[in-house]
Design a protein around this ligand. Structure first.
Ligand SMILES: NC(=O)c1ccc[n+]([C@@H]2O[C@H](COP(=O)([O-])OP(=O)(O)OC[C@H]3O[C@@H](n4cnc5c(N)ncnc54)[C@H](OP(=O)(O)O)[C@@H]3O)[C@@H](O)[C@H]2O)c1
Length: 111
């Protein structure tokens, strides 16, 4: 049997991320999903491997990627969905410098 493709979906505790994680799982992906409090297990969509991530914390970004790579060895698809809302209206990412968001995508793409 062919090995499953590995997907990492950030922000799976609700909304769009949760729906995408469930869909990818149904479509045969091995799915890892993130939230800030993975101990809240009742909020996980089925068949999704729990990973802790707070996008405002660079070390958390790195350790979440390490956790997936340790368990699965690779990431075939990244859905970088977790809220990174700007301008003080929403939640801020780890760095306010332009490019920090794309650096996170690059980290996962190159892993
Ligand atoms: N819904 C819309 O109409 C719409 C329109 C344009 C863009 N978007 C974008 O689409 C994405 C999903 O939207 P949604 O409506 O599905 O949002 P949502 O229901 O609020 O879900 C956001 C997800 O991001 C996670 N999250 C929040 N803050 C985080 C942080 N600091 N670090 C890591 N994870 C964090 C939340 O998990 P925890 O809080 O459990 O950690 C949750 O799983 C967002 O990035 C949003 O900006 C949405």
């Amino acid at each position: 049997m062919a090995e499953k493709k590995v997907a990492l979906v950030t922000g799976v505790s609700s909304g769009i991320g949760r729906a995408i994680a469930s869909l990818l799982s149904e479509r045969g992906f091995r799915v890892f999903g993130t939230m800030r409090k993975p101990s809240e297990a009742d909020r996980w969509p089925g068949n999704v491997g729990p990973i802790r991530l707070d996008v405002r914390d660079e070390e958390s970004v790195r350790s979440s990627l390490r956790a997936v790579l340790d368990q699965a060895g690779r990431i075939d698809a990244l859905v970088n969905n977790a809220a990174t809302r700007w301008l003080g209206l929403w939640k801020r990412p780890a760095s306010k410098k332009p490019g920090s968001f794309s650096r996170r995508i690059s980290l996962a793409s190159c892993a």
